[in-house]
Ligand binder design. Structure first.
Ligand SMILES: C[S@@+](CC[C@H](N)C(=O)[O-])C[C@H]1O[C@@H](n2cnc3c(N)ncnc32)[C@H](O)[C@@H]1O
Length: 262
């Protein structure tokens, strides 16, 4: 099973996870669109924009296309994911620079950015307030941050399915992946270094159409300890034999804070 340090070493796991989730989504707005909508009303054309924890660059690309920034900087701790982001920007003829760094220590000057995004990454930090302090330092006074995370109970229905299938007896008692930074503490943690203007929550619903689709997603999650060998086919067979027929439905609340540097 994956441990945290391995999670983003390559780009395959995140691509598989994102693909499985996107295929399953039956309700909920496109997150990259929502982020750019939130920023578009506040950020002038020609701004300097940071995408912190950019991953595969889905949001970075949307920011490049919609906001037309003068400077776009994508930051991530994974060189593999920065390579993917660079390629995707290049294929779209969009410009941006990549920085490999830990978001607790951004190698950027003070007050350099008009806007910053940190989507689905700060929950990887045991001290997200420290990372937000760094983001605030890099924003000019009045600059805007959009911070995005998920609810503590995200995908809890899958914990019950994994438990019921006998694949991980502790699936329902394992800590949430979003423990340190989630919908419930987003406002409080963001407010330690920024002035929070608004927090929005939206429920996303996912329908995994069959056991193979669910198995594809489960193999990408670091939450469970599934010892079954044989990869996705074996996992899909076990799910099919041991659970009621699909579809398998699960939910997550996605939360957005819009905040400014005072
Ligand atoms: C789930 S992905 C989110 C990617 C993207 N923001 C999105 O919304 O699709 C989390 C990203 O955070 C990055 N990350 C995790 N801890 C980090 C840290 N301490 N410093 C910089 N990046 C980090 C990972 O490498 C990964 O690319």
């Amino acid at each position: 099973m994956l441990v945290h340090g391995d999670l983003y070493r390559g780009n395959g796991r995140l691509a598989d996870r994102t693909h499985a989730l996107h295929r399953a989504k039956i309700s909920g707005s496109d997150v990259a669109d929502t982020i750019t909508d939130l920023l578009a009303t506040r950020v002038p054309p020609g701004a300097a924009v940071l995408d912190i924890g950019c991953g595969r660059g889905t949001t970075t690309l949307r920011l490049a296309n919609r906001l037309r920034p003068r400077q776009l900087v994508a930051v991530d701790a994974s060189t593999a994911l920065l390579d993917t982001t660079r390629d995707r920007l290049g294929h779209a003829s969009a410009r941006g620079s990549m920085i490999c760094a830990d978001f607790h220590h951004l190698p950027l000057p003070d007050k350099v950015a008009d806007a910053a995004v940190a989507a689905f990454c700060l929950y990887h930090s045991p001290t997200p307030a420290g990372a937000i302090a760094e983001i605030a330092r890099c924003l000019r006074p009045g600059g805007t941050a959009v911070l995005v995370t998920k609810s503590l109970d995200s995908y809890a229905e899958l914990d019950h399915l994994v438990h019921a299938a006998g694949l991980d007896p502790h699936a329902t008692s394992r800590p949430s992946l979003y423990e340190s930074f989630h919908s419930g503490n987003l406002h409080t943690i963001a407010a330690t270094n920024l002035t929070v203007l608004d927090v929005q929550h939206e429920e996303h619903v996912f329908h995994f159409a069959d056991a193979t689709h669910l198995a594809r997603y489960l193999t990408t999650t670091p939450k469970y300890r599934i010892t079954l060998t044989g990869g996705i086919p074996a996992l899909a067979a076990a799910l099919q034999q041991r659970l009621a027929p699909s579809p398998y439905t699960t939910r997550s609340t996605v939360s957005y804070a819009v905040a400014v540097r005072p």
